[in-house]
Structures are given as structure tokens and as C-alpha cells.
Design a protein around this ligand. Sequence first.
Ligand SMILES: *Cc1c(COP(=O)(O)O)cnc(C)c1O
Length: 477
Amino acid sequence: MKYVSTRGNAPAQSFSQILLGGLAPDGGLYLPDVYPHFSDADLEAMRGMSYPDLAFTVLSRFADDIPADDLRALVNKTYTPAVYGYGRPDSDYSQITPIRTLEPGLHILELSNGPTLAFKDMAMQLLGNLFEYALNKAGRDINILGATSGDTGSAAEYAMRGKKNVKVFMLSPKEGMTRFQQAQMYSLQDANIHNLVIRGVFDDCQDMVKAVSNDLEYKEKYRIGAVNSINWARVSAQVVYYFKAYFAVTKTNKDKVSFSVPSGNFGNVCAGHIAKQMGLPVDKLIVATNENDVLDEFFRTGVYRPRGSAQTYHTSSPSMDISKASNFERFIADVTARNYAQVAELWSAVDKGQSFDLKAAGLMDKVAAYGMVSGKSTHADRMETIRDVWERYGVMVDPHTADGIKVGMEHREPGTPLVCLETALPAKFEDAIEESLGCKPERPAVLENLEALPQRFEVLDVNVQAIKDLIARHAND
Ligand SMILES: *Cc1c(COP(=O)(O)O)cnc(C)c1O
């Protein structure tokens, strides 16, 4: 399998070569030059497989330069009920990513029973084990630098904690995360995890990460790496649960299924698109946004108009407060039928802060042909949806999942099962649940005293040099 850049101007690479890197050297994102394909017979054989078996079957197509026995061991170590079974107390512990049926034809895919109670654990835990494996093999180490507004940072830290050749330096804003999210990250006592609390907002954190990464000499000297959502291994690991859900809600491979996906950086729904391209009988992929509706605007009008951080709203589904969807470039590469020069041209406008218009370019028929549709959910919508799902089905959903359900219902069609992806558990967003339902969400017993645990973090000003100095002091610990 060869990986090429969406902008067409970078050397082709193998899975292992792009595993530890970020953007391609031409500024694009890597993706397979051709998607692997599962035949009807393949799909028949995959129906009924356990999660680890499915993960191995899908991932071995992408990670074809990792010896099969090694990949199998990595997958088996990652996808265990012990890692993915302690989320919701009443979930089926024996099964990874169980389906919860609300009514015939309407389902929730539980993706948030991992250690940080958000779907990011599904891919990040595998990434931790893949990094450890690759670094051991290469005899090197890595210092992961990241910025988080909540879920990514904790998923990364729980995936990398205690790993020998990995250190994590995670910047988080002093304000903006929930108490639960803060406690989750800052209570980690592992020596290789560094929580850097910044006297600023999330965008300050992200700008500092960019500033450090743009210093190529420093980046090389201190072996700086990333685990952000453009990482191909993360996207490919997310493809797996679309297969798992499809088989769980259908009887034969002639049936089609639609998925509704709460979206921010477009990584999760991009994985659904890839699953469909690999032969999974997916009908619609429903892109749900919150008030930050740059993606919904694109699917409605053909105009992609990313906004600056100053125009990003802070909402009650904060993990979707994103106005520039990095993984979107991978989807558009397919929409242009892999016209990489065209993608490079479109994103040269985006990188200058401009927009592009695919309706004017005559490409919206292609977008529709891929089955992508969209919708937007507001604070009032998610409050009402949380209440409605609770009253009607006795199921408590988090604000992000509620956005997905709200928009999913707008596109639901009789006869086609609708699977709404659960992206976090309500326990992470207590205030929003309390506002909607007037009671606190349930929480897994192991996390009962989370906020009372001792916390470990350093508080820093918005100062790039201070971050660089701190990493330099610890990089060789
Ligand atoms: C990250 C996240 C999202 C958005 O996922 P993308 O892959 O960035 O589109 C949605 N909901 C929750 C809870 C998240 O943590």
C-alpha cells in the first residue's frame, strides 16, 4: 500500500513511514493511493467477527508493512474488554462497541466506554501501542506536543502513559474545560506525562504548538511529534467500528445503513467515507455540526468557508467547536477524483484565509454521489434532544451525541437503519446534562472520586520560549 499526499507533491510512503509523522512535506495529508476493497465474500466472512478480528482484518489492509503476527499482537493487546468495558455501568462488558437500540431501525453505537469516556480512545489506544512498537523497532524516542480543549489531550495521555520511549507535553487552557476533563488529565501521575496549563484560551495553546513545530531545527533536535486527528493510523482505526456497527444492525450484506456523526475535524466521518469506499454498504453519512457550522454550510451551498478562531463560538458541545476541519481535505481529494493539483489549489486559498466554491466548480454532484448530507444543531436543540431521548427511551446521551441524533433524525428514512455514533459519555459534561435534565449524569464507579485525586500540572504564560525550555529540560529524562 502506497500513501500519497492530497497535494500531490510529496514522495509516496508506507504505513510505518507516515505513522510517526504529521503533514506531508508539501502541506497535504497522506492517504492511500487506492483504497483497499472487500468483496461480498470478504464481507460475508467478516460478519460475526469479534472486534479484534475485525480490526485485524481491516487494519492489515492499511498497515501492510507491519508483519501480520506483530499487528495481530498489537490489535489483541489494544481491543480488550478491560480497556473498553468500564464506561457505562450497564453496557455489555463482553462486547467492544455494543449497539444500543432505541427503537426498531434507530440505534446508538457506543464508542465511549474506553478510559477517557470519549470515542477518541478507540483509535488513540491503538496509536499508543503502535508508537511504542515502531519506536522500539527504530531505537528512538519521541516527545509528543499537543494542544487540547478537552477530549484529545486526555485520550492521548491515557494512551501514552507509562510508554517507555514516549513523553507527552500537553497544553490546555486554564479555562474552558469541564472540571471532569481537567481532573482526568491532571490526576495522571505518570512521569512521562506533562500537563502544561496555559494562562490563555485554546487558540493560544494551538498557536504555541504551531510556533514550536515551525522551528524545524528545534523540532528535529528534540524529536517533536504529534498525535492530532490528521494522523492516518487514527483515521484507519476508526474505520473498524463502522463495519462492526453495520454487521450488528443488518441480517444480510444487501442491506444498507446510514450513520450520523457528530463532527468537528471531520476525522470520524471521514473514516465512515473510507469504510464505504472499501465496499461497506453505507447509504448516507450524516455530518452533524453545532453552531460552528462550516461543514453544514459546505454541504448545503458548496462553499467551504473556514473561519478564524475569533469567529469560533464556544458551545455546550465544545469538542465540535472547530471552524477548520483538517481531515476534510482527504474527502475533497476523492471528490476531485484525486486531482491533487486541484486540491493544492483549493487549499492554497484556504491557507490564505479564503474560501472555495465547489458548486461553481461543478463538483457538488460528486459530493452527493458519496452520500454525504449534513445539518446543524444549536444549544436549544441539544438540550431538547437530551431530554427527549431520556424521556422516550430512558437513555442519557451527552451533548455531542445529541447533536448527532438531532441531525440524524432529520435525514432518517423508513426502511434504512440509522446508527448514531456516541462520541462521549454524559459524565464528561455534567453542567450541560444538569441544565437539560435537572440531575447529574451517572458515572462509572472507578471515576467516582476523580476530582478529589491529587493533581499534577504546571501553569505557564503564553510564551513560546518558556514551552521550548521546559521541553528541552525534560526531553532526555
Ligand atoms: C473529537 C470529538 C468530536 C469530533 O470528531 P471529529 O473526528 O473531529 O469530527 C465529536 N464529539 C466528541 C465528544 C469529540 O471528542
